[in-house]
Write a protein that binds this ligand. Structure first.
Ligand code: FAD
Length: 372
């Protein structure tokens, strides 16, 4: 039922706006509003906090369905649910949950602020500082964050900052920072793909954050980020899976309409074998993604499986969307059909929430542990 309702929303509400949002590099506020109204912004959040009280797999399915139509809308929903909401749900105090989860389910978009200009893959080398006041009532944040998804539209920011740089990763702490405390957007990036999804540099200039906004305890930010990004990777795998399926669904009907040499191009064996291989790749990406989600829900280890799913689904997204352009010929190369957009959007899958090399490194660590 959820898949059907997200599909309808994606097709009817998002679909007509995809090209315009991509060209304008701007998310239509009506789409964000629609996501809230559809109950897609608090998928796992309990009903008494305004959420849909559904499962992690439901979130994964929603992300996949949205990506079939627009990977930008998909990542907005993904970051909000699998990173922002999950951190508040898992690590927030009762007061923090009561205060923020209803807002995050119903009105306020959230951002997850970890990366900085000098700390990407090496995320815990971050330099943003949070200095406690003498009376312990608040922290003063200074520094900047780069590449922050949703940050143009967001009102709620989870910010990772160090209370003591000398302590290394043990000083990293997660703060709830509402925009009105002084979060500044310093720059909005112009990107190759997922152009409707905002990605900005944020600056924190003497931003005073009440001590009650520390989430999960002082010095616990490292653990929070590691654990959450493991889950988040399954979300990106779902985004890339949906993207691959969306590109496939868009181009295949065309191959049975378009005729060359007196027959539909989709009936040439050379085309059919390529299409069959792409269908296998998509199915394999789907099984890896759902398996990682299943393991997470069952309380089993899933770090390796999540890394495999994200790595593989992003490869498949790139290859299938690239093939889709070729199968459509010249029209696939134009912006009119929307096929090329899937390929542009696919490149990010190998970069954010851990690059492909970082996923391989994670998988390799498990192999070494098992065999050495
Ligand atoms: C559109 C977009 C949205 C994003 N959204 C967010 C967000 O919402 N919140 C957030 O906190 N961050 C976000 N990010 C940041 C993203 O997570 C980082 O870009 C990513 O982790 C890579 O870091 P980097 O760009 O600094 O690349 P680098 O870390 O500099 O990597 C460059 C290259 O070096 C390779 N490399 C680095 N270290 C190793 C190693 N040890 N072994 C082998 N190869 C290595 C990488 O694989 C990559 O190929 C976003 C980025 C983009 C582009």
């Amino acid at each position: 039922m959820l898949r059907e309702s997200v599909r309808r929303f994606a097709t009817d509400v998002v679909g007509p706006k995809v090209r315009e949002m991509d060209e304008n590099e701007m998310m239509d506020p009506a789409v964000i509003q629609g996501l809230f109204e559809q109950g897609l912004m608090g998928i796992e959040t309990s009903a008494d906090h305004g959420g849909a009280e559904s499962s992690f797999t439901s979130a994964i399915i929603a992300i996949e369905e949205l990506a079939k139509v627009d990977p930008s809308v998909s990542v907005l929903c993904d970051v909000h649910n699998t990173l922002v909401n999950t951190v508040v749900r898992k690590y927030g105090s009762k007061e923090q949950k009561d205060k923020w989860l209803p807002l995050l389910s119903e009105t306020q978009l959230g951002s997850f602020c970890l990366s900085e200009s000098a700390s990407g893959s090496d995320a815990f080398a971050l330099q943003t500082r949070a200095v406690p006041s003498a009376d312990g009532s608040h922290y003063t944040l200074n520094g900047s964050k780069m590449w922050i998804t949703n940050s143009w539209e967001a009102e709620f920011f989870l910010v990772f900052a160090s209370v003591d740089l000398a302590k290394g990763y043990k000083g990293i702490t997660c703060f709830i920072v509402p925009k009105e405390l002084g979060v500044q957007v310093a720059k909005k990036e112009e990107k190759l793909g997922i152009r409707a999804s905002s990605t900005c540099t944020l600056s924190f200039d003497d931003v005073k954050v009440p001590a009650e906004n520390v989430l999960g305890g002082v010095g616990k930010g490292y653990k929070i980020a590691i654990e959450i990004l493991n889950e988040g990777r399954i979300g990106i795998a779902a985004q890339m899976l949906g993207l691959a399926q969306g590109a496939f669904d868009k181009v295949i009907p065309y191959t049975f309409e378009r005729k060359q040499f007196g027959q539909p191009i989709g009936t040439f064996q050379g085309m059919q074998h390529q299409m069959a291989k792409a269908a296998i790749d998509i199915e394999a990406a789907r099984l890896l993604t759902y398996n990682a989600a299943r393991r997470k829900e069952e309380g089993l280890d899933f770090t390796k499986e999540a890394a495999m799913a994200k790595y593989y689904a992003s490869q498949v997204a790139m290859s299938v969307s690239g093939s889709a352009i070729e199968w459509a010929g010249g029209v696939g190369f134009t912006r009119e059909t929307g096929i090329e957009k899937y390929w542009r959007d696919s490149k990010i899958g190998a970069i954010y929430e851990g690059t492909s090399n970082i996923q391989l490194q994670t998988i390799a660590k498990f192999i070494q542990k098992q065999y050495s």
